[in-house]
Design a protein around this ligand. Structure first.
Ligand SMILES: [Zn+2]
Length: 255
């Protein structure tokens, strides 16, 4: 069941036994037909099936802080998974939170500090479908359910393309903004657009974050660079092939 619903192959299941997977979600709901990347969306049924399959396979969720401690102390964690969600979408709050709690899972939403109660304007301005983001009341409700939030920068700029002072502002200001507004420590960061550089990793560490997530594929174990955690897109084999096909089709149409 786990192979067909969660991971691409038995090889990936073997990989999971070598470290902790951090799953990377974005939006919960049916993808609009105009979305350039429908695989950013997990339908309610799809998400429910995958979280349930994880639970039935003996997995429980763990926090990024617990993962970081295990990496630092050279301890292995078995049957643990981190559920992470980028962007702080209202649709994941509305539909995803119920699915998580029904299965006893907790998650971390990486919110864009300058867009609380706003929209995904970094994509919408390029013609992508508008996605409303959680407002402050919804974020407080999310926290009250035992979930966490982390920073996804101030305005979702690609930090690897910014100069050092601008990248530092995105990293430092979002931490302070979120801590002041919600009264919880911001220990975790997720790089907008998924890529880190040695400069941005140093800035995130200097700002006092404990971990930072990329979208580089893999699991996380002893010796892992905590400022560049690996993540896994939770796609089944057919979804993975569909994503590749969709991307190739777009490239061909654009050329
Ligand atoms: Zn994002």
């Amino acid at each position: 069941m786990l192979a067909s619903h969660i991971f691409l192959s038995h090889a990936q299941q073997r990989l999971m036994r070598t470290g902790v997977p951090v799953l990377a979600y974005h939006y919960c709901g049916d993808a609009p037909s105009t979305s350039p990347d429908p695989y950013l969306y997990a339908s309610v049924k799809n998400l429910a099936g995958k979280i349930q399959a994880l639970r039935e396979s003996g997995y429980t969720s763990v926090s990024l802080s617990a993962l970081a401690a295990a990496c630092r102390e050279n301890r292995s964690l078995s049957n643990k998974v981190v559920i992470s969600i980028d962007d702080g979408a209202e649709n994941f709050f509305e539909a995803g939170m119920r699915i998580l709690s029904e299965n006893g899972f907790h998650a971390i939403q990486f919110v864009v500090a300058g867009q609380i109660g706003g929209i995904n304007e970094w994509d919408a301005k390029h013609g992508h479908p508008v996605v409303p983001l959680m407002d402050a009341g919804q974020i407080r409700e999310w926290l009250a359910e035992g979930h966490e939030i982390g920073s996804h920068s101030m305005t979702h700029r690609n930090l690897s393309k910014l100069n050092e002072p601008d990248a530092r502002r995105q990293i430092v200001d979002s931490k302070k903004h979120l801590e002041d507004q919600f009264g919880v420590a911001m220990r975790h960061f997720s790089y907008p657009h998924g890529k880190s550089t040695s400069m941005t990793e140093a800035l995130v560490e200097e700002a006092g974050y404990e971990t930072a997530c990329t979208t580089c594929f893999g699991v996380n174990g002893a010796g892992q660079n905590l400022m560049a955690l690996h993540r896994i897109w939770p796609l089944s084999t057919s979804e993975f092939l569909g994503k590749i096909g969709h991307r190739v089709g777009r490239i061909l149409r654009l050329n």
